[in-house]
Design a binder for this molecule. Structure first.
Ligand SMILES: Cc1cc2nc3c(=O)[nH]c(=O)nc-3n(C[C@H](O)[C@H](O)[C@H](O)COP(=O)(O)OP(=O)(O)OC[C@H]3O[C@@H](n4cnc5c(N)ncnc54)[C@H](O)[C@@H]3O)c2cc1C
Length: 651
């Protein structure tokens, strides 16, 4: 089987070379691996014992349908959950559903006046519709779907949020008919191809095979060069996931591994699924209703400024929460029976809101929760609480800007239809994921999800989500950096790229649309290069009543900038601290599935088999040997099914 894996990973040849060059390095560090690290891995292996965090991982559907027994002593316990975003609400739901904690014992402390955090979707009567983001989702968000199978839908009586989502995406599957444009609205004809050179593929394979510890504090620029950066693969990748060249090579690798089963679906987004409305309405509101029905206590306008610990003999106990309620300082005293969950860091912290006539700058409205300060105050107390400064100290590298453009009449619609080949007002999939303007200086991408994106939206209006990866360079029509542009100017730049005649642009931007820009200084903070310990473990070693949640807490193998990550950390935190005796679904194991490795390696090379790759000298002979060895076996069948062995290769 080892032989097959090597060939599959197409990793043929390329893989072997990398493995050899890394071997020596590996030998040096292998001995240093601690027992605890081995113990805290995200795989079903070792499931018969809980790991050092009090949890174990599982897969398959045996445990998926199991209901855990009530944890001992839960009636005497309570929970304080800092933040009211997806992670916190998920933690509260797991406490209620799996921990069977009475809802009245659960307190959610949120700095803002609304729940949902990054998952927003609001109609602001002064500005217009606002969505800072839209969530691309997939079927292997294991913890998230485990949660939403239990949350009643607000739309369909008797159905869960998962049922609603599942039915919707069956009837109206997502795929894109134009992934990228050039020359102002022309199809860029990326045509589902990655256009990676052999060297580019080798660089990706090399990264794929590199161990986490060898990527600490490295950037993507350290591991890729123009062979990757000039390819359509990189265009798809960075616009879809918002990676910049200076971001973490480790995170890039984790993404590649985590979503290896979606490589084929990358170019046309057939891998993605979307909710019916914006995620505030489709995900957050049903959770909030579920929790309110259970009697959970929501406390808005409550900014937590510190959690104080008693740390002795390796045991860490949270003893008090310092907070400001409507600006007034308060303290909540804790015992070991009070569990504390903190969402440390937020990608939408400090969002600056502009409007149609104002850029999100200067005296624009800024919404802050104090999340970095809180994490800094906690981190000062023990090294196990992480290093927030690694993520929040360089906003030049972590910002980008999005904008919600709402069309006001039908004048812009034909330009949209011309590109995405669908009527945006049908209520069904429209662009099927982002359309990237390949030659845009801002590297602008835009998307139109099913309309109305807002339940109460006027059916004639269309909400478009736009974002630019580079906010500090002048645009192509508007000669200003995006971050200095008003909503109207951003609409102008977008209209330019979708092919509206230049003379009509100012009029349409003024009267046929309204746009609300949102600058997010920390939107990719979690992609900053990092090393072990920068993100604290979900349950830091020694903590008896404290856990971190969300995108800046460490859990193995999963990838940040996803809703799944927030829900996963919530499940691990609750199960670990409360002693819920049920497996946490492991991160989907496609990276260990030889079929996915075969498929992705052929797709990555636009249909070329690893066996067609020219290898250095004598290594080519390996191919003949391999073909001979697999002939007439199950392996031949598998290799044929995934186009590694093609017609005529085996005489
Ligand atoms: C533009 C954008 C695009 C995205 N695209 C995708 C996507 O395609 N797919 C996907 O799966 N995910 C996507 N995400 C990511 C996903 O939405 C987030 O990762 C997730 O919602 C984060 O939830 P959270 O609860 O962990 O953190 P947050 O939503 O950041 O919530 C943190 C909450 O804690 C509160 N808080 C913080 N500090 C304090 C304090 N000191 N006291 C009290 N309250 C405090 C904040 O006000 C906030 O409500 C996207 C996000 C954005 C912004």
């Amino acid at each position: 089987m080892a032989k097959l894996t090597l060939a599959a990973a197409g990793l043929a040849g390329a893989g072997a070379a990398v493995a050899l060059s890394k071997k020596k390095q590996g030998e040096k560090t292998a001995g240093k691996r601690t027992k605890a690290a081995d113990n805290y891995r995200n795989t079903e292996l070792g499931r018969h014992e809980k790991n050092s965090k009090g949890i174990y991982y599982t897969n398959g559907n045996y445990e998926a349908f199991a209901r855990p027994e009530k944890p001992e002593g839960v009636e005497e316990k309570s929970a304080y959950i800092v933040g009211g975003g997806l992670a916190s609400l998920a933690a509260a739901c797991f406490l209620v559903r799996d921990g069977q904690m009475p809802g009245s014992h659960i307190h959610i402390l949120e700095a803002m006046d609304v729940a949902g955090g990054a998952c927003d979707g609001i109609y602001d009567p002064n500005r217009g519709y606002i969505m800072r983001g839209g969530r691309e989702m997939e079927n292997h968000f294991e913890c998230l779907w485990d949660l939403f199978r239990s949350i009643p839908s607000l739309e369909k009586p008797g159905a869960s949020v998962l049922d609603e989502f599942y039915w919707l995406n069956k009837h109206d599957p997502n795929y894109s008919m134009c992934r990228a444009t050039v020359n102002r609205g022309e199809d860029a004809h990326t045509d589902g191809k990655f256009r990676l050179s052999q060297k580019g593929c080798m660089e990706i394979v090399k990264l794929f095979m590199t161990r986490d510890e060898d990527l600490y504090d490295k950037t993507i620029e350290d591991v890729f060069d123009d062979e990757v950066f000039q390819s359509d693969f990189w265009l798809y990748w960075r616009t879809m996931f918002a990676f910049e060249n200076w971001h973490s090579a480790l995170e890039m690798k984790l993404y590649f591994q985590r979503f290896i089963h979606h490589i084929a679906g990358l170019p046309d987004f057939s891998a993605l699924k979307f909710t019916r409305y914006n995620q505030y309405e489709s995900l957050i509101l049903p959770m909030q209703r579920y929790l309110e029905d259970a009697g959970v206590d929501f406390r808005f306008h409550t900014e937590v400024t510190n959690v104080l610990f008693d740390i002795r003999g390796g045991k860490k106990t949270a003893t008090a929460i310092a907070c400001k309620v409507n600006g007034v300082e308060q303290e909540i005293l804790l015992t070991e029976k009070d569990l504390v969950f903190v969402t440390n860091g937020s990608c939408t912290e400090g969002t600056i809101y502009g409007d149609q006539n104002h850029a999100p700058a200067g005296d624009g409205e800024v919404r802050t929760s104090g999340c970095w300060k809180l994490w800094e105050n906690i981190a000062k107390q023990d090294p196990a609480f992480g290093h927030p400064e690694k993520f929040c100290s360089d906003i030049a590298k972590t910002n980008w800007e999005s904008a919600t453009i709402t069309t006001l009449d039908s004048k812009i619609i034909p330009y949209i239809t011309n590109i995405c080949k669908r009527d945006p007002r049908s209520g069904k999939v429209v662009t099927g994921g982002i359309v990237s303007c390949k030659d845009s200086k801002w590297l602008m991408s835009w998307t139109i999800n099913r309309q109305g994106q807002f339940k109460e939206q006027d059916p004639e209006k269309v909400c478009v989500w736009v974002y630019g990866l580079f906010t500090d360079v002048p645009g192509d029509y508007v000669k200003k950096p995006m971050r200095e542009c008003t909503g109207k100017e951003i609409t102008e730049e977008w209209l330019y790229h979708i092919g509206v005649p230049v003379k009509e642009i100012p009029e349409l931007a003024e009267n046929s649309a309204v746009c609300v820009p949102t600058m997010m200084p920390y939107i990719t903070a979690f992609f900053m290069p990092r090393a072990k310990g920068d993100r604290p473990d979900v349950i830091p070693d020694g903590c008896v009543n404290f856990a971190f949640l969300g995108q800046f807490a460490e859990t193995p193998r999963d990838t940040v900038f996803t809703t799944e990550y927030s829900v996963r950390t919530a499940m691990e935190a609750v199960y670990g601290l409360l002693g819920v005796d049920r497996g946490v679904p492991e991160v989907w194991g496609s990276v260990y599935d030889v079929r996915e490795l075969l498929e992705s390696s052929v797709r990555l090379m636009d249909g070329k088999s690893p066996l067609e790759v020219e290898l250095p000298g004598p290594l080519n002979l390996l191919k003949k040997g391999l073909l001979k060895a697999v002939k007439g076996t199950v392996l031949e069948k598998v290799l044929r099914e995934h186009n590694v062995i093609k017609q005529g290769m085996l005489a």
